[in-house]
Write a protein that binds this ligand. Structure first.
Ligand code: MSP
Length: 631
């Protein structure tokens, strides 16, 4: 008997401190593909996405725009929803944590945990990261947050605690008995390692008195729920009060940085509540944590100004181009890189020249020679297509989208070759009608199977191809893109999108570091600015004079990386090469490489520069490991 419950799938609910970028879109695209694929396999699927709107981080972001939290979160939640809608993402429900219905269910989880004896009052005095909404118990004052690197703040408060410590062993047993629950394997291992660390799990404060913007704790006036106790429940709330039973979720799709919350806290909350109310709080079927999407190999961030949004790409190359790129380029689960160059290169190679070209060639010939497929494919081609379909299916079952797509593109290449080998145009010329029909029937069947194999990744384009297969006008599904033209166009639209969003939030423009009243105005830099400089301990392996440059020394410095760095330092008149070998120095490791005297200098050695005197290299009195970061 088939399962009457729809397959219930979720994306994380996104923080509304900033508008969506392609990192958020990446997860939502993957969820959309899984949903379409599950529905295509005969079942029903339900996808929830939404926004995480409470907590100090959001309240501060709202205040920075001179807005009340609700007004601000309405705007940003609207931006997420609008982006998903415009992009054609096929979600079923958009859950906001400010939805009053949600507070009711959070209260129910709390009551059940309390009834089961897992809630107690306690006090906390220590460091807190308002960005991650986390107590940081193992840091010293002045240390940055170990997760996000932002400054920690000292707080003292009386809270409600959840007895997470009681679940260490239960969670270890759970993850060991359910090896498929947390995927990929590497993430499961991380979770198990975290659970097995000495001392096990610490209890977790689930309420805050320092924060006002949140769901009030029913029996603890002045306190609101810790954002994660509130946020995780969005998955549950979205599944309630529906005609069909949706809970438990079958899969939570997340980014790897929120694994601990999903694979430790969430099952622990549900296990606790289940003790009081069996059957109501079933555990989800699993969690899949994908990797991090970088932009030009760098983390996207507002302060770096390197945020990429999905809409400009959609307007220039189509939503399918981005969907395909992200799922083909990056093995799902691993980290990956986005760049406009790579996007356009792949678009031209795989879509314009690959799939698009095959479709155009086959359909043009079929129409030109008046062939409608009256027969199926020959055995060899039918086998090829069956193998492709099953390989793709197996890959999707393991969430290995890139492999599934590889299997399809192998067939595209194979069919291109088949056409060249069979030369249908010659068969037409010589009047070999029977063979011509056979060859084109093979090609048309292949195009049909390929179209259906990519339909979840590229729904719009496959619909277009299907229309053409059914006799619609032939137009290029993926017109070739000239990088010199489309990249500036996407970048220009990025700028427009940025100012539209800034305007929406009530500001004329995004604050530019130089123009806004920043700490620089007083001659200070912010901690964020300082943290941009990557200072590292390096060991000088060799030092040699540079021919015809009497001030330069050519140094090879070990920074603990795979290869030593080549660094040219202007200290030849003050240090002899032999004085430097084996010496530990401080290196600016992320300085843009610079060519000098035919050599590329990959960093800079730091020295005190004395007015009228010799520079003195920075060094250490204590022994320090090579590669250690100075911060
Ligand atoms: N609000 C929490 C999640 C609560 S879920 C109960 C949160 N929000 S977030 O806005 O920071 O979004 C996190 C998710 O967005 C990540 O887990 C990931 O799915 C997606 N991504 C955001 N930026 C990303 C990249 N640069 N790369 C890949 N995914 C990224 O954490």
């Amino acid at each position: 008997m088939s399962d009457p419950k729809p397959y219930y799938l979720t994306t994380p609910i996104y923080y509304v401190n900033a508008a969506p970028h392609i990192g958020h879109t990446y997860t939502t695209i993957a969820a959309d593909v899984i949903k379409r694929w599950k529905s295509a396999s005969g079942g029903q699927a339900f996808l929830t996405t939404g926004t995480d709107e409470h907590g100090q981080k959001i309240a501060r972001a709202a205040a920075a725009q001179g807005k009340q939290p609700k007004e601000f979160t309405d705007l940003i939640a609207g931006e997420f929803k609008r982006t998903w809608d415009e992009f054609g993402l096929n979600y079923d429900y958009f859950q906001r944590t400010t939805d009053p219905k949600h507070a009711k269910y959070v209260g129910q989880l709390y009551a059940a945990c309390k009834k089961a004896g897992y809630i107690y009052s306690g006090s906390y005095s220590g460091l807190y990261c308002f960005n991650d909404e986390l107590y940081v118990t193992d840091a010293k004052p002045g240390d940055p947050c170990p997760d996000c690197g932002r400054p920690l703040e000292q707080i003292t408060e009386e809270n409600q605690y959840f007895k997470l410590s009681a679940f260490t062993q239960r969670l270890i047993d759970f993850h060991e008995k359910n090896p498929e629950w947390c995927r990929p394997e590497i993430r499961r291992n991380e979770v198990l390692a975290f659970l097995k660390q000495e001392g096990g799990l610490k209890d977790l404060s689930i309420s805050r008195s320092t924060v006002k913007w949140g769901i009030p704790v029913p029996d603890f006036p002045g306190q609101v729920f810790y954002v994660w106790f509130d946020a995780l429940m969005a998955y549950y709330t979205a599944a309630q009060e529906r005609e069909q039973k949706l809970w438990p979720a079958n899969l939570h799709l997340i980014g790897k940085e929120i694994l601990r919350f999903h694979a430790i806290y969430w099952p622990a909350f549900l296990m606790a509540a289940t003790e009081a109310e069996p059957d109501k709080w079933e555990l989800p079927g699993g969690v899949f944590a994908h990797g991090w999407l970088l932009f030009d190999n760098d983390k996207m961030s507002k302060s770096k100004g390197n945020i990429v949004r999905a809409t400009p790409i959609q307007k220039v190359l189509g939503a399918d181009a981005l969907r395909y790129f992200l799922l083909r380029e990056i093995p799902f689960g691993g980290d990956g890189n986005f760049s406009f160059d790579a996007l356009v290169t792949r678009y031209n190679a795989d879509l314009a020249n690959g799939l698009g070209n095959l479709v155009a060639r086959v359909l043009t010939m079929a129409r030109q020679y008046g062939i409608t497929p009256t027969r199926g494919a020959t055995q060899d081609i039918a086998d090829l297509l069956t193998d492709m379909t099953s390989e793709r299916q197996k890959a999707f079952e393991r969430y290995e989208f890139h492999r599934g797509l590889d299997a399809v593109w192998n067939v595209i290449t194979r069919m291109d070759r088949y056409i060249v080998e069979q030369k249908p145009w010659e068969l037409a010329k010589t009047g070999n009608r029977d063979k011509l029909e056979e060859v084109l029937a093979n090609c048309l069947t292949a195009v049909q199977s390929i179209t259906s194999a990519v339909s979840q990744v590229m729904p719009e384009s496959s619909a277009k191809i299907t229309q053409q297969l059914e006799g619609g006008d032939l137009t290029a599904v993926f017109p070739r893109a000239d990088a010199k033209e489309v990249i500036p166009k996407m970048q220009e639209l990025e700028k427009q999108e940025l100012s539209r969003q800034a305007e929406l939030l009530g500001k004329k423009e995004e604050p530019k570091p130089a123009a806004a009243p920043t700490p620089e105005a007083n001659g200070f830099i912010s901690i964020d600015d300082f943290s941009k400089v990557d200072l590292r301990v390096g060991l000088v392996l060799s030092a040699e004079p540079v021919p015809k440059a009497d001030k330069l020394l050519h140094l090879k410095i070990d920074l603990g990386e795979a290869q030593p760095r080549t660094i040219l330092a202007g200290i030849a008149q003050h240090y002899k090469p032999e004085q430097l070998i084996n010496r530990k120095v401080v290196v600016v490791a992320n300085l843009a490489p610079r060519k000098m005297r035919g050599l590329e200098s990959q960093g800079m050695v730091v020295a005190a520069s004395l007015e009228g005197g010799s520079p003195v290299l920075a060094g250490f009195l204590e022994d320090v490991p090579v590669g250690a970061r100075l911060k």
